[in-house]
Design a binder for this molecule. Structure first.
Ligand code: ATP
Ligand code: MG
Length: 434
């Protein structure tokens, strides 16, 4: 028998195996006891007929507290009673780390544990296969994103997360002490991405934390998230940026459906891959839909969570999961977005996924004078942004880009109820630990 699971924890050669993992459960049935040992890939059954096992070993293995970490060596037998098709009859065992009693929360019990309890004991929560699967998928998702952008000639960059100025300034910035100065945690790599467009790198991406001092306690906001940002030069319009995002997101959906099969099965989820191209609605069209849906928004108003949801419902009726909302009012968008001359609109867009924004992007203003004017119109002092503006004074190609919240994408893809489900150790206004 040669069963070698794709981990070092189950190796069967010549009928003997050593299995290592966490004691998930022990059932003592009188003459026979069963220990379910869990590792990264699943469970294996340790079967202990009392009469055939050394009494000392039997005593040890049948009294271990749940979640104790052990190694068990023994004879492997074929079994049609277990999922793996085999069981191990122990000959020896080693206890690496005995678990305390009681556990802060159960791993296999089917009781509903509050999210707070789960997050407070995240190390334990993550022992559940269906929780671990989310993070295996997240890892695959990031790999697929990188694959797609590299394929398209993007260079990975790392911009500072401690800075003297924020991209958009204001209340969303975390202020920190930087020796004897004040500094801020980056809310986005926006300004640096754009500076890099003046260098000839042409296409760059970054996957890194972004920080937002948002007090909002919602299921889609956290104070630290992973932002996937891209910026590309020589574009003629923002639709080229949309096309790039679409290609990347499609690559992720198709790839995850295939590579994440095992994890998706554990989660009981299916990934839908939408037809391309994704529809493009304009902001004005959305405003109409939203108002038909019962809200009364005026031209220029933010669509808001409720508005986004109404548009999402309308698109769902048409079987559309992913769609762009383009041409937002210039006023609603940051200074670095390019205006659509002669209109109140701009060359900006969001990508929404079933009623929720997962990305914002657009064509940027690359003309120095226009950029300075936009800053001033928005009440910002260009002198505060000199390090950024300098890059526009000595040759800047037309460019555009996007920012995608990695966790927002994952949450929508897997239809999870809360963004915190997609973050190992989430940060929000009331959570700073673990
Ligand atoms: P929202 O209006 O939904 O709060 P936003 O428009 O303020 O988002 P952007 O500044 O456009 O966000 O950031 C780009 C992307 O980063 C968003 O589309 C979203 O995917 C992600 N993102 C922004 N803020 C958060 C947050 N607080 N938590 C998680 N992801 C976020
Ligand atoms: Mg946005």
């Amino acid at each position: 028998m040669a069963v070698i699971r794709d981990s070092s924890s189950i190796r069967v050669e010549d009928g003997t195996a050593t299995v290592r993992g966490w004691v998930q459960d022990i059932r003592n049935m009188g003459g026979i006891s069963f220990l379910t040992l869990r590792d990264r890939f699943g469970t294996v059954q340790i079967t202990m007929p009392k009469k055939k096992i050394d009494p000392g070993l039997f005593g040890l293995l049948t009294k271990l507290p749940r979640e104790t970490v052990v190694s068990v060596t023994g004879e492997v037998k074929a079994s049609n009673q277990t999922a793996l098709g085999l069981e191990v009859i122990p000959a020896s065992a080693e206890v690496f780390s005995e678990a305390g009693v009681p556990l802060p929360m159960g791993v296999i019990d089917k009781v509903n544990v509050e999210m707070d309890t789960r997050l407070n004991n995240r190390f334990m929560d993550l022992r559940k296969p269906e929780i671990k699967a989310i993070f295996e998928l997240k890892s695959m998702m990031v790999a697929l994103i990188e694959e797609a952008v590299r394929e398209n000639g993007f260079t990975q960059v790392f911009t500072p997360k401690i800075s003297a100025a924020g991209a958009e300034g204001g209340a969303e910035l975390f202020k920190i002490k930087y020796f004897d100065k004040d500094a801020f945690l980056a809310q986005s790599p926006q300004l640096y991405k754009q500076i890099l467009m003046s260098t000839g790198l042409d296409r760059i991406f970054e996957i890194a934390p972004a920080f937002r001092a948002e007090r909002s306690n919602t299921n889609r906001h956290v104070t630290e998230f992973i932002s996937f940002d891209g910026e590309m030069s020589w574009i003629e319009n923002e639709e080229q940026v949309m096309a790039m995002i679409e290609e990347i997101v499609d690559h992720v959906l198709v790839g995850l459906k295939e590579k994440g099969k095992r994890q998706l099965e554990i989660l009981g989820k299916e990934i839908r891959v939408p037809a391309r191209p994704y529809p493009i609605l304009t902001y004005s069209e959305c405003l109409k839909i939203v108002n038909e849906g019962g809200l009364s928004l005026k031209e220029g108003d933010d669509l808001g969570t409720e508005g986004e949801k109404i548009v999402g419902d309308r698109m769902a009726e048409k079987g559309v999961d992913l769609y762009f909302i383009a041409e937002y009012p210039e006023e609603a968008k940051p200074f670095y977005i390019m205006e659509k001359d002669g209109t109140p609109y701009s060359f900006s867009f969001d990508l929404d996924y079933r009623g929720q924004e997962i990305s914002s992007g657009g064509q940027r203003e690359h003309r120095y004078d226009r950029l300075v004017a936009r800053m001033e119109n928005k009440g910002l002092n260009p002198e505060d942004f000199a390090f950024y503006l300098d890059a526009f004074r000595y040759g800047m190609p037309p460019h555009g880009g996007w920012g995608i919240g990695i966790e927002r994408l994952l949450v929508k893809m897997l239809d999870l109820p809360n963004i915190r489900e997609a973050i190992l150790f989430p940060r929000d206004p009331s959570r700073l630990s673990p």
